[in-house]
Design a protein around this ligand. Structure first.
Ligand code: FRU
Length: 503
C-alpha cells in the first residue's frame, strides 16, 4: 500500500513480465501491491514502479532537495523516458511525486539539470525552478520547462527547443550560474567531448569552447557532465572539477571519470592531461551528478547504481535500479596531484539504529556469526584497523547459502578489492561476476573503512571516501555473518561497529 500526496495521477505497471500493462492511479485509489520485491533496497532511493537510470535536475530550494530521474513509468526496462520526481528534506526520506516532465512532439525526455532563477533572467518569475533537458526525437535538442510552485508542476517553454545541432549525440545539459561573467553556463556531452555554452536568460545560447580531445578515457560517447568549484583541503585554493560519465570504465562499460583544473566562464583547462581519474572503483556507479544550490556550499553527488552492460537484466521485475547513497565531495592532494574525495553524506548517520561495537586481534580467522539481530540485509559497518605486519587484511560477508562478498586490503600490492563472483545470483549476464580493485595510498598502517550494505548492494568508502567502490549483489538471503582473516601476519581491529540501518 502507499499513500499519495496530491491528486496527480501516477501510471502504474502491475505486470511482472514487463508487458504493456499500465494503470493510472489517483489519490482516491488504494490498492495492495506485491511490489515489496526481495532485492528492493531498504534505504537507497528506487523508483516506485518501472525503470530508472540517471539522476536528473537535482536542485535544492526552500528546504527541499529535488531529485528527478530518467524514468520509464510503463515498465521495468529502458524506454519511454520521462523525468520521474521525488522530494526530500534530508536526502534520506523521499516523497514520491508523479512524473514531472513527459514526452512531446520533440521527443522523449532525456537527462538534464535544473536551476533556481533567483534574478528572473528567463522571465518566468524570480525563484522559478527551471529544468533544462534533452529531448530525444529525430535528433537530440535541448528544451526548458519552468515551475513557479516549487517543482510541483512544470510548464514547457512555448519556444522550445532552445538549442539544436547537427550532432547526433548532443545531450545531458548541466547548467549553473557563473558569477564571473554573470551568465548561465551549459556543459553538454557531444559525442566524445564536452561543449560549453553561455546564456543571459537560459533561452539564447552561445557556443564558447569544447574540451576532450586527448584527455582522460574515451571509448563510447561521453555523457552526463557536471562542473563545479571546490576548495582544496589544507590550502586556500579552489579548483574546478568536471565530471564525465562514459562507457569505458576500468571494469567494463559504465563509470564516471573526472578532471581537475580551471574554468573562466568560457573554457575548462585540465591540469593533468595525462592522468585518468575515476570517481568510484566499482561496476555500478554511473551518471554521477551533483545538486545545484545545496545549502552551506556543499557539493552533494548521487549516481545511478547500475551498469549499461546488464542494467536491463538484473533480477528485479517491478522496478529496476536504485541510486547510490549521497556523497559530499571535496578535494585533496597527494604528491602534487589533486583528487576527489567522496564521503558518505552526514545525513546517513540518521539511518543508524541498533549498534554493536567490538575490538579484537586477527591472526588467522575470526568468525562473527549473526552480526546483528534481525538483520534484514541493511546495515553499515564502520571499521578502524591497525595493521601489524599482515600481507592481506580480509573480510568476507556471507550467508548460510555459501554466498559471499570478499573484500581484501592487499598490503603488499597496495590494493583494495571487492569480489562478487560468488555473491548470489550472478548468472543473468556474463559481465556481472567480477572482482573490482583500486590502488590505495601507500605507507598507511591505520585503515578506515565504512561499508553500506543494502538488500542488493555494497558500497565501500575507504579513508573517509578517498577511495570508493560500489557494486550491486543479488544474494538469495542477506549476508548475516562476517569473517575477518589475515595472511602473512596479524592485524588489530581497533573498532568494529555494526549499525542496523532504518528504512
Ligand atoms: C546516460 C544516458 C544519457 C541519456 C539518458 C537516456 O545513462 O545515456 O546520456 O540522456 O541515459 O536515458
Amino acid at each position: 500500500k502507499f499513500k499519495m500526496n496530491s491528486n496527480d495521477p501516477v501510471r502504474v505497471n502491475l505486470s511482472p513480465d514487463n508487458t504493456a500493462c499500465c494503470r493510472e492511479m489517483k489519490l482516491s485509489d488504494t490498492f495492495d501491491t506485491t511490489n515489496r520485491e526481495k532485492f528492493r533496497p531498504v534505504y537507497h532511493f528506487s523508483p516506485l514502479y518501472g525503470w530508472m537510470n540517471d539522476p536528473n535536475g537535482m536542485v535544492y530550494k526552500d528546504g527541499e532537495y529535488h531529485l528527478f530521474y530518467q524514468h520509464n513509468p510503463y515498465g521495468s526496462k529502458w524506454g519511454n523516458m520521462n523525468w520521474g520526481h521525488a522530494i526530500s528534506k534530508d536526502l534520506i526520506n523521499w516523497e514520491y511525486r508523479s512524473d514531472a516532465i513527459t514526452p512531446d512532439a520533440f521527443g522523449t525526455i532525456f537527462s538534464g539539470s535544473a536551476v533556481v532563477d533567483h534574478n528572473n533572467t528567463a522571465g518566468f518569475g524570480a525563484g522559478a525552478i527551471i529544468a533544462i533537458y534533452t529531448q530525444n526525437g529525430d535528433r537530440q535538442v535541448q528544451s526548458i520547462a519552468y515551475s513557479t510552485d516549487n517543482g510541483r508542476t512544470f510548464t514547457k517553454y512555448a519556444d522550445n527547443p532552445v538549442l539544436v545541432s547537427e550532432a547526433r549525440d548532443f545531450r545531458d545539459p548541466k547548467v549553473f550560474w557563473y558569477e564571473g561573467t554573470k551568465r548561465w553556463i551549459m556543459v553538454l556531452a557531444v559525442g566524445q567531448e564536452m561543449q560549453f555554452f553561455s546564456s543571459p536568460n537560459l533561452k539564447n545560447w552561445t557556443f564558447e569552447s569544447s574540451f576532450g580531445k586527448g584527455q582522460g578515457a574515451h571509448g563510447n560517447v561521453w555523457e552526463c557532465p557536471d562542473l563545479f568549484e571546490l576548495p582544496v583541503e589544507g590550502t586556500n585554493e579552489k579548483k574546478w572539477v568536471l565530471l564525465c560519465s562514459l562507457g569505458d570504465g576500468p571494469f567494463g562499460d559504465s563509470a564516471t571519470q573526472y578532471f581537475v583544473g580551471t574554468f573562466n566562464g568560457k573554457e575548462f583547462v585540465n591540469e593533468s592531461p595525462s592522468k585518468t581519474k575515476w570517481m568510484d572503483w566499482g561496476k555500478d556507479h554511473y551518471a554521477t551528478v551533483t545538486w545545484c544550490d545545496a545549502p552551506d556550499n556543499r557539493r552533494i553527488a548521487i549516481a545511478w547504481m547500475s551498469n549499461w552492460q546488464y542494467a536491463n537484466d538484473v533480477p528485479t521485475s517491478q522496478y529496476r535500479s536504485p541510486n547510490s547513497v549521497p556523497r559530499d565531495l571535496s578535494l585533496f592532494t597527494v604528491d602534487g596531484e589533486t583528487y576527489l574525495q567522496s564521503a558518505p553524506s552526514p545525513e546517513l548517520l540518521k539511518l543508524r539504529d541498533v549498534s554493536k561495537k567490538r575490538s579484537f586481534k586477527v591472526n588467522g580467522t575470526r568468525i562473527i556469526k549473526d552480526m546483528i539481530a534481525d538483520n534484514e540485509g541493511a546495515y553499515e559497518i564502520e571499521l578502524t584497523i591497525e595493521n601489524q605486519h599482515a600481507d592481506v587484511i580480509g573480510l568476507r560477508l556471507y550467508n548460510d547459502k555459501g554466498e559471499e562478498v570478499d573484500m581484501q586490503y592487499n598490503m603488499t600490492e597496495k590494493k583494495f578489492s571487492m569480489d562478487r563472483r560468488k555473491s548470489g545470483d550472478v548468472g543473468f549476464n556474463e559481465n556481472f561476476p567480477m572482482l573490482t580493485w583500486t590502488a590505495i595510498e601507500s605507507g598507511k598502517d591505520e585503515l578506515k573503512l565504512r561499508l553500506f550494505v543494502d538488500k542488493s548492494s555494497v558500497e565501500a568508502f575507504g579513508d573517509g571516501g578517498r577511495f570508493v567502490m560500489t557494486n550491486q549483489v543479488f544474494p538469495s538471503e542477506p549476508y548475516t555473518h562476517i569473517d575477518f582473516y589475515s595472511k602473512g601476519g596479524a592485524y588489530k581491529v581497533d573498532s568494529f561497529v555494526i549499525y542496523k540501518l532504518k528504512k
